[in-house]
Design a protein around this ligand. Structure first.
Ligand code: HEC
Length: 272
């Protein structure tokens, strides 16, 4: 402190500098007095943020959120690449066969009664495996599935008298594809061997029986049958153009997707 006094201010031995300093002090006091007069009265508390600024910030945050949602492209690393394809990650839809579709339908809708092995439950649920109801005339099978079946029947020497629910529009309403699938499946699983039940066949049988609201009985269910549509001739002629077209388009889409992944992306990755 004392040292500071020594260092600052005029030297006490120097008269000139003392006078000079005195004048300076006077001036300074004047300026200070002036400043004190003009100073605002101090207040307590703090000044709030102006309300329009709050609104401005809120609007900015909201706009920022909207902008991110719209333009972030899910924060994908390759979003700014010139070859960006937003669908590259999505799996190419694969058309499953009628048999594979039918297997699922059977597990979900039929196995509870006819059992996963298709042997049924003796005296209660008739067997599907080895049953001529399944493999012989597609129209019988279509009638049973579209409208249901009840009353006494005989399957593979066993007698049954139960209720088979309808899976057509008046019942559980499976789609044409699902019906064709499940019928194809049970005609070809567990050693059963009969031609496919095509979607076209299901459509034509549905046109006949969709409006029927009561289940079939034996022997009506096996009477008045139309000739069996020639599946060996009809199926390839009808299914082939559709099927091959679809698989070709799929194969193309898949190779395109693979190309995008294997050829282009590494280049971009290298550029990064
Ligand atoms: C609630 C139990 C139940 C469900 C579910 C069920 N069935 Fe049946 N099914 C029966 C009964 C009972 C009969 C025999 C009806 C009778 O006695 O008249 C039968 C008969 C049949 C027959 C003719 C007889 C035979 O064994 O060949 C076929 C074919 C058949 N069902 C297929 C199916 C298919 C396919 C599904 C699934 C889409 C299915 N069932 C779902 C109970 C069921």
């Amino acid at each position: 402190m004392s040292e500071q006094k020594h260092n600052s201010g005029p030297h006490p031995d120097n008269k000139d500098s003392l006078e000079h300093a005195a004048m300076q002090d006077e001036q300074m006091q004047e300026v200070h007095a002036q400043l004190m007069r003009e100073k605002e009265e101090p207040e307590e508390g703090f000044s709030p943020v102006p309300i329009f600024l709050m609104f401005l910030f809120a609007t900015l945050c909201f706009w920022g959120g909207v902008y991110l949602v719209h333009y972030s492209a899910n924060f994908r690393w390759d979003a700014y690449s010139p070859y960006f394809d937003p669908n590259a990650d999505k799996p190419v839809p694969v058309e499953i066969t009628l048999f594979a579709r039918g297997e699922k339908i059977f597990r979900n809708n039929c196995a509870v009664c006819h059992q996963g092995t298709g042997v049924g439950v003796p005296g209660v649920y008739p067997p599907i495996a080895g049953s001529d109801w399944v493999t012989e005339h597609p129209q019988v099978l279509a009638r049973v599935l579209i409208n249901g079946l009840n009353g006494p029947i005989e399957v593979m020497g066993g007698k049954y008298n139960g209720n088979m629910p309808a899976f057509g529009p008046t019942g559980l309403n499976l789609s044409d594809k699902d019906l064709a699938g499940v019928m194809t499946y049970i005609r070809q699983e567990w050693g059963n061997s009969a031609p496919d039940m095509t979607v076209a066949m299901v459509e034509s049988y549905k046109a006949l029986y969709a409006s029927r609201s009561s289940p079939w009985n034996y022997p009506a269910v096996k009477a008045d049958l139309d000739p069996i549509p020639e599946p060996a001739v009809e199926a390839p002629a009808e299914a082939a153009p559709e099927g091959s077209e679809a698989t070709e388009a799929e194969a193309e889409a898949e190779t395109a997707a693979q190309g995008a992944r294997s050829d282009e992306l590494p280049v971009i990755a290298a550029a990064h």
